[in-house]
Design a protein around this ligand. Structure first.
Ligand SMILES: [Zn+2]
Length: 870
């Protein structure tokens, strides 16, 4: 890393020196270095002193103040001074040498490097490349020049990388320069910039010169501008190219945008007795969640440190099966939950999980707490306050946020990573795509035998003849897969929309994987969807695919479909969805009791985990399965489970168990499975069910206890208590307002904007593009409509996109690559505006407000986690 940055600086420096004096520039660096060393020492001291004294949240601002002031002026650090510094770097004559922004950067970095806790926003304030163009305007002022000329002698040679090491020690800068995909992307998209950034990696002098050499007047301007912007070689270049005045104006304000107007609205007086009582109840609920929810023993970022910031290597052989020996573990189903034992003779189970009785007891406790009058009142009040804080924040800082976004090079809404965290695989293509596919199959493979119906095998042509249809007739209206006003509050009708042209046989041929053609058509369609995703590059998806629990072989069948068709993409992960259809199978006589269904769903998973060779294809497929979901119409009436429910084996009546009953058994089996998988170094499968789309609050109370995150969560709007709890625990909500609009909730009544303002952890997802969306990019469509209707800013959208990456199950190296290598740290430290395009002030605002809220609930004694949970 050190080496890279050195090279980067070296090359950029060279670039800058085209047309300038080599001697002067190197002299400048020498001088800088000497100063660095002095100032760095100074900084470390002052920074550390301050750290001890003051642990307040505004450390970013103060630190940046301090670095500029302590090192430069050595006096107090008031905000106005800071901004005057930021705005008019050259207006003070007294200390012109150190006021060069690049000087300021170079002196700040060693001190940060020396501190273990790097205040996150800070280096970027100092290092943002754009900031450096500031000198452009005053290039000829002469104030800067002496810096390059007057220099103390330094012990190091100006030639070679060593000189630049200490100046360019910042990881973050390094990170930015090396940025992997950024440079790729620039190659592709923005030719102007790439020329200057590429050498950061390449570091070949010749190349550099070529890059710097303008190819046309236009590109010359672009290249030079980037050099200025990126790497601030003060003095030398500015005279040559006057930057665009508007851009310069934005860029001059850079350091300022990292400061923002903070609110202090916390009441000073101690909470009343009633408040205290509610706070204690909230604490109790949060502790209950901690008791249940599965957490990895060791975070992925502890297991695997990312040292190479470049694009993670694509997995070239994702379905390669490496034989692994079976372990000694044994397991058996007891009362609906698989128990794992270390070996045959062992008596004591390895991963005990809380039993159903305590789960239902705790769920009732939560339901009781959130229904108390004073809890409802206080939570409502706190949530309103959160909303108001956000609106004040926007009022005061929206412009600064926008400015910060403008100045983050290269990133914008289109090229920040967005994950579609909730989309059902069987409707992942849009209607036009499906139509085109059907037509092309009818044209190219009319004689393919595709289905067995009414006692005979039919070719595709015969199927269409039986429906009295030709390829020419087909259009989107005839296909009729789109949700319309008839589906509102009619989940059953919505489900029928999965049948193209209203024909279940077309669904079976094109949208099923266990049909006569072994799901070949669906696999081909899926591959087309994958390649569309890959083409868009910045959109990812987690497809939910069904396991029904009718028979144990479903798993192998699904895995072989995936593996044999090589359904793999770097942009895709899988979730398993379990439709809650016990009553249907019971009716059909497929299962005898609820226990049969649980056996079918979970036993194969334990078999393959203990002995991968027992289901090799399933073993490799599970490496890409990151979540487990439960789906069905939540609005169906159900009876709330009591503390003492029948065991799954006893549950042999024709009725479907309640949501929370399903939820507990899914959770408990996943819990022991994950413990086992974790112990064997296999990826775990998080519980991420649908919850709160409709129906009772029980669903949300149950998932509050056991789910990693949930899909929908709309019904939180009906319960301030639960909503507040979801906020405090920052449980991800993957919301789909367009889908809700077709089914349960009009768009303008959707709570998404309210949840977002309050700071709940929300993301936007598509749910069912086949039934809902009209364009080729359903996720962008979802963002677009939300942005228009709710007037979300670019900053809001980027924050939502960032949330979606956090909620997703993509692996650690990819997340680090997409949103910043420190992404697992909470607060601004974990944010990288160069990746997320979310200004630090937004992340910091959210973090501070959340901390304050936790402190409030914990009566000032909260232990705020510094990292996210995994
Ligand atoms: Zn859904």
């Amino acid at each position: 890393m050190e080496d890279h940055s050195t090279k980067a600086w070296f090359s950029l420096c060279l670039a800058a020196m085209v047309g300038a004096s080599v001697a002067a520039a190197s002299a400048f660096w020498l001088h800088k270095r000497a100063l660095d060393e002095m100032l760095a020492r100074l900084d470390i001291e002052t920074v550390e002193r301050r750290k001890y004294k003051n642990r307040s949240n505004s450390r970013n601002r103060r630190l940046s103040d301090k670095i500029t002031k302590d090192s430069v002026l050595g006096s107090s650090n008031s905000l106005p001074e800071m901004s005057s510094f930021a705005n008019g770097i050259d207006n003070s004559k007294s200390d012109n040498k150190t006021r060069s922004p690049s000087m300021e950067r170079s002196d700040s970095q060693p001190s940060f490097a020396a501190m273990s806790a790097i205040p996150p926003g800070l280096p970027r304030v100092q290092t943002r490349r754009d900031g450096q163009s500031t000198p452009g305007k005053r290039s000829s002022s002469g104030v800067q020049r002496p810096v390059a000329v007057i220099r103390p002698t330094t012990p190091r040679s100006p030639v070679g990388g060593g000189v630049f090491e200490s100046m360019e020690g910042s990881d973050e800068e390094d990170h930015v320069l090396h940025n992997d995909d950024d440079s790729n992307f620039m190659m592709a998209d923005e030719e102007g910039e790439i020329g200057t950034l590429a050498p950061a990696d390449g570091v070949v002098e010749n190349e550099l010169e070529e890059n710097v050499k303008p190819k046309s007047p236009g590109s010359e301007k672009a290249t030079a501008a980037t050099i200025i912007r990126s790497h601030s070689i003060p003095g030398e270049l500015h005279g040559m190219h006057a930057p665009d005045p508007v851009a310069a104006d934005i860029l001059r304000k850079i350091p300022e945008q990292e400061t923002f107007v903070r609110l202090n609205v916390s009441p000073l007086e101690a909470p009343s007795d009633e408040e205290e009582e509610v706070c204690l109840l909230m604490q109790e609920c949060l502790k209950l969640r901690d008791k249940y929810v599965f957490r990895e023993r060791e975070h992925p970022w502890e297991k695997e440190e990312i040292t190479d910031p470049s694009t993670p290597k694509p997995n070239l052989d994702p379905f390669n099966y490496q034989p692994e020996p079976a372990s000694m573990h044994t397991f058996k189903m007891v009362d609906g939950v698989v128990r794992v034992y270390p070996h045959e003779a062992a008596e004591e189970e390895l991963y005990p999980v809380l039993d159903a009785t305590s789960f239902f007891t705790d769920m009732h406790r939560i339901l009781r707490i959130i229904s108390l009058g004073n809890v409802r009142t206080l939570c409502h009040h706190r949530l309103r306050l959160l909303e108001q804080k956000f609106s004040l924040h926007l009022m005061l800082n929206a412009d600064r946020e926008f400015l910060a976004q403008k100045s983050a090079p290269h990133r914008d809404l289109y090229n920040v990573r967005k994950v579609d965290t909730h989309v059902h695989h069987s409707s992942c293509m849009n209607q036009k795509h499906l139509l085109r596919f059907i037509k092309s199959k009818l044209r190219k493979e009319p004689d393919e035998v595709v289905i067995f119906r009414d006692g005979k095998y039919l070719t595709l042509r015969e199927v269409f003849e039986s429906l009295d249809l030709t390829g020419y007739d087909l259009n989107v209206d005839l296909l009729d897969v789109h949700a319309d006003k008839n589906t509102f509050h009619r989940f059953d009708k919505f489900n029928l929309k999965y049948n193209p042209c209203g024909q279940s046989r077309l669904r079976e041929i094109f949208l099923k994987q266990d049909n006569l053609i072994q799901g070949r058509f669906l696999a081909e369609l899926t591959k087309q969807v994958f390649s569309d995703l890959q083409a868009s590059k910045y959109q990812m998806a987690e497809y939910r695919i069904s396991i029904y629990g009718r028979k144990q072989s479903e798993w192998d069948q699904l895995a072989s479909w995936i593996v044999n068709n090589e359904l793999y993409s770097e942009n895709v992960m899988w979730l398993i969805q379990l439709p809650r259809l016990y009553n249907v199978y019971k009716d059909m006589g497929i299962v005898t009791s609820f226990q049969t269904l649980l056996d079918n769903v979970f036993l194969p998973l334990f078999e393959v985990t203990v002995d991968p060779a027992s289901h090799p294809q399933l073993h490799v497929f599970l490496k890409q399965v990151v979540g487990f979901d439960m789906v069905d119409d939540e609005s169906k009436p159900e009876r709330r489970p009591t503390k003492h429910m029948q065991t799954p084996e006893q549950w042999n009546n024709p009725f479907n168990p309640a949501y929370s009953y399903w939820a507990y058994y899914a959770y408990a089996n996943l819990y022991t499975l994950n413990k086992l998988r974790e112990s064997k170094g296999m990826p775990t499968i998080k519980f991420r069910p649908h919850s709160g789309e409709a129906g009772d609050l029980d669903h949300l109370a149950a998932t509050f206890l056991v789910a990693h995150n949930i899909a929908h969560g709309n019904n939180l709007r009906k319960s301030p208590g639960l909503q507040y709890l979801y906020y405090l625990a920052q449980i991800g909500l993957s919301m789909s307002p367009l889908s809700n609009n077709s089914l349960f909730l009009d768009y303008h009544r959707n709570p998404f904007p309210m949840f977002f303002a309050r700071g709940l952890n929300v993301s936007l997802s598509t749910d069912d593009p086949l039934q809902i969306h009209l364009t080729k990019e359903p996720l962008v469509e979802e963002y677009s409509i939300a942005a228009q209707v709710w007037k979300l800013s670019a900053c809001d959208l980027c924050e939502i996109a960032r949330n979606s990456v956090y909620q997703s199950g993509f692996f650690h190296p990819l997340k680090a690559h997409w949103v910043g290598k420190n992404y697992f740290k909470r607060g601004p430290e974990g944010n990288d505006i160069h990746k997320t395009n979310v200004p630090h002030m937004r992340v910091e605002f959210r973090h501070e407000v959340w901390r304050e809220e936790l402190q409030y609930v914990n009566l000032g004694e909260a232990i705020i986690p510094e990292e996210y949970e995994s």
